[in-house]
Design a protein around this ligand. Structure first.
Ligand SMILES: Cc1ncc(COP(=O)(O)O)c(C=O)c1O
Length: 365
């Protein structure tokens, strides 16, 4: 079948998988994004033919022509989501339909063909099924899934590629920040911004991350875990972190988070936090929050907590904020009660330890 919504995946099991003892040793402390499973998914696309040749096969290097469009013009998009061991021993994904929708939106922004939602979801189920023994058992552990697609046409002209390769790789992971859940420090970049109005900030494309690496390096040099970006126009309002959205907890118990105006990634964790908070009766304002408001609010007590959220780090308190001009802590720099409460609620739903009122959990096994 080609080009349709329901491609059949040809399964070619890896004939030389990692030995059980070696795999078990790797799963003890996998870190983040360093260990990979035995398989990968590949699906090809050609203009006029559509998506075709859907396969699950042994994970291996891919050969790439030096003139492949992606190497020159960075036409590439990706997603990130996790499969979890559930409390009852089963396996589930969290809101993969939302990742499918965002992948399609990223494709549209980057002038790429949309992969049908059914194929995206099936590709994830296939790799989870075949690599299920790679899912860590630990409470903080999960199988991180990385679907991505790139321009594979061998052509140097500047126009959208006519050929693409979609892949899914999977990586068992522990906690994103080493040391488990503890408050992170963030660096307010004085020089670098992430995304301007009309740009690609809302798309999950590799180019956004390449453009952020200098800022992230600056954060590390200044002893911080992550960079926090200000808006590119006035350098006043907070956009997001390098790989996470930001929330503020105010002294009246309400939450505030920067609005989706096209310059930040519409995080699925962000959306989940909004829904969980509103269900609990909290007000959530999607509104600009300036760096001055954060600084003054932290000093006056108006802003009680701040946290970062995303698939990789789930919900992580922000303890310290640094820039060349100032440094302050949010409250006592520790983990806030509202932050940790929301984290527990979300993780309990993801792991099947609590009811799933929004239908977010997609069982695979
Ligand atoms: C720039 C950026 N913002 C926010 C997020 C959070 O998005 P999500 O909650 O969908 O993982 C991510 C991570 O995917 C990201 O890379």
């Amino acid at each position: 079948m080609s080009g349709g919504d329901n491609l059949d995946f040809e399964i070619r099991p890896n004939q030389a998988p990692v030995a059980v003892a070696e795999r078990d040793a790797l799963l003890v402390n996998p870190g983040f994004g360093r260990v990979f499973t035995d398989h990968m998914v590949t699906v090809r696309y050609a203009e006029g033919k559509g998506w075709y040749d859907a396969r699950v096969e042994a994970r291996a290097s891919i050969s790439i022509d030096p003139a492949s469009a992606v190497l020159h013009y960075a036409q590439e998009i990706f997603e990130g989501l996790k499969a979890y061991k559930m409390a009852d021993g089963g396996v589930a994904m969290f809101r993969p339909d939302a990742n499918a929708a965002r992948f399609a939106q990223s494709a549209q922004r980057m002038a790429m063909p949309a992969l049908p939602t059914a194929t995206f979801l099936q590709s994830l189920r296939e790799i989870i099924r075949i690599d299920r023994s790679w899912i860590p058992q630990s409470d903080e552990g999960s199988l991180y899934l990385r679907p991505f697609a790139y321009a594979s046409e061998v052509f140097l002209g500047v126009r959208p590629s006519r050929e693409y390769l979609y892949l899914v790789i999977a990586s068992p992971v522990g906690a994103y920040f080493s040391g488990g859940v503890k408050p992170v420090s963030v660096w307010v970049s004085p020089d670098f911004t992430r995304a301007a109005p009309g740009g690609t900030g809302a798309a999950k494309c590799g180019g956004n991350y390449a453009a952020g690496l200098s800022a992230q390096a600056e954060a590390i040099e200044n002893g911080c875990d992550q960079v926090v970006y200000l808006d590119a126009v006035e350098r006043k309002n907070i956009d997001e972190l390098g790989g996470m959205n930001v929330f503020f907890v105010l002294d009246d118990g309400s939450l505030a988070t920067p609005p989706l105006t096209g310059t930040i990634l519409p995080g699925i964790t962000r959306d989940s936090v909004i829904q969980l908070a509103q269900r609990a009766g909290r007000r959530v304002a999607e509104r600009p929050v300036s760096m001055d408001e954060w600084r003054e609010g932290a000093a006056s007590g108006r802003i009680r907590e701040a946290f970062a959220c995303g698939t990789a780090a789930v919900i992580t308190p922000i303890g310290t904020v640094k820039s060349p001009d100032f440094e302050f802590t949010v409250a006592d720099g520790g983990s806030g009660e509202v932050t940790m409460g929301l984290r527990k609620e979300l993780v309990d739903i993801q792991r099947g330890r609590a009811a799933d009122p929004f239908g977010w959990v997609h069982r695979v096994l």
